[in-house]
Design a protein around this ligand. Sequence first.
Ligand code: ADP
Ligand code: MG
Length: 253
Amino acid sequence: MNAMIEVSEASKAFGGVIANDKVSIQVSEGHVTGLIGPNGSGKTTLFNSIVGYHPIDEGSIKFEGREISEMRVQEIARLGLLRTFQQTRIYSKMNCVDNMLISVPHRHETYRTMFAKYPPEVTDKAEQLLEFVGLYSKRHLISGDLSFGQQKLLEFAMALMNEPKLLLLDEPTAGINPTLINGLIDRLKRASAELGVTLFVIEHNMPVIMSLADNIYCLSNGRMLAHGSPDEIQNDERVINAYLGAHYTADDT
Ligand code: ADP
Ligand code: MG
């Protein structure tokens, strides 16, 4: 197994709050790796550090063997490492295809030329990916009119537009109607298997992460509490206690 991401003893504090305390993880190429932990345990902070949103105080973060902890977001994105957010970030007044098109960074853009310049193969790719996530029939709808779950799927498709090698997903199922969650899990699994995208997923919902990931890390109070297969994690006393001892809310921020 190749470690695509290797975080070694990474620490990050905000004022007096130690959000990540000597955290080490490995994300293997071609796999789905999960990151769980109670609210405030430091999951989003770790993602933010990996994608270059903020620097770590100590430690190392490598992507495909290269140190990236000093790089900025755009530089890291160009290497093929992308993330989605807990809150969706789509342009609600644009239709789905246009959201897909503007999700690809391009060189010379003014608002006027933004949409004119896309070659047909880019539009085709946008439509293919919308089909992949099940939004093809809605591709010309204003994205603000989609359901929340459909907006999440659109955001996922927008990330895929950039052909990431590694995609970090922060609570992809948060706020989604439980009956639609299985569909989303299937799309994520298919993206991993068919498009070859390595996934690193923060998830609060235990059954979801158990079904999705083959390898799970659990953070608690900024520290890595446990690491193992879904089975091992599910039966780990420390993990169970961390969850039982925490104020659990489905919609973590
Ligand atoms: P999780 O995603 O596991 O819920 P976070 O990584 O968001 O946890 O937060 C971990 C801790 O770091 C929390 O105590 C949170 O309040 C704090 N924190 C996160 N981001 C910031 C920030 N930008 N400024 C100050 N404190 C922050
Ligand atoms: Mg979070």
